[in-house]
Design a protein around this ligand. Structure first.
Ligand code: PXP
Length: 242
């Protein structure tokens, strides 16, 4: 069984916000992504609202027919929004205003009690909780203790590695984290920086149930169209685990 594909449509909204127009609409991109085979739509409502807006989240809650995964900071404001909109999954991510994109995973070891509280609040509302963490065994164990159902492993260091030896090392950290998580009964997702040339070794890891991919698909969609961009990524996931 290939990994499920969560398509992150944030950067369609980035293009829209760059001119404060009404287009391109990430809601339309989500529909086309599902037509291309996306198993989930992922969006990050950032504190600075630089791309996705509350309206997008509200409309997508009504239009997404697969699963809606809301990436969010573990703040009271965001928990309130999640409670109102009820995404299928909430992925807790660290957030700094000045960062270009999510840099590094959530520190569940350091912030254990506060993370645990947010996990409980969301789970009480029947929202599945995933924690976006670095592929680090202590973080995996802390995510389990915080009672999250899923972890999403940050693949950024693997994707950014320039030397083949560094890339292999990063891949084996991901594999070790997957095995540890799976032993603890956690579901495993992964994402960040994955593209059409680096996805196969990650998609081949049997423990990984889901990949969340955004920037590379949106970038390709600009050239070849959304449906085809998603279809091509789905074909790679199938190729990784025939
Ligand atoms: N998963 C998480 C938790 C993320 O924060 C992001 C970026 O928003 C992604 C996956 C997708 O990353 P990329 O856009 O690099 O594919």
């Amino acid at each position: 069984m290939p990994a499920r594909l969560g398509v992150n449509v944030d950067h369609v909204a980035t293009l829209r916000q760059s001119r404060r127009t009404q287009y391109p609409d990430p809601v339309a991109a989500a529909v086309l992504a599902e037509m291309g085979g996306a198993d989930q739509i992922t969006i990050h409502l950032r504190e600075d609202r630089r791309h996705i807006q509350e309206r997008d989240l509200q409309v997508m809650r009504k239009t997404v027919s697969t699963r809606l995964n809301l990436e969010m900071a573990a703040t009271q404001d965001m928990v309130k929004i999640a409670y109102e909109v009820k995404p299928d999954v909430a992925t807790l991510v660290p957030e700094r205003r000045e960062e270009l994109t999510t840099e590094g995973g959530l520190d569940v070891v350091g912030g254990r009690e506060s993370v645990r509280k947010v996990v409980k609040t969301l789970r009480d509302a029947e929202i599945e909780v995933s924690l976006f963490i670095d592929p680090d065994l202590d973080q995996v164990k802390a995510a389990h203790r915080a009672e999250a159902q899923t972890i999403e492993l940050h693949t950024g260091r693997y994707c950014d590695a320039r030397l083949a030896s560094d890339r292999r090392k990063e891949l084996s950290r991901i594999i070790d984290a997957c095995k540890a998580a799976s032993k603890l009964g956690l579901a495993v997702a992964a994402g960040h920086g994955l593209n059409y040339s680096n996805v196969i070794p990650v998609a081949a890891i049997p423990e990984i149930e889901e990949l969340n991919i955004g920037h590379s698909i949106v970038a390709r969609a600009v050239l070849v169209g959304f449906e085809r961009a998603v279809r091509e990524m789905k074909a790679l996931l199938r190729e990784a685990r025939p």
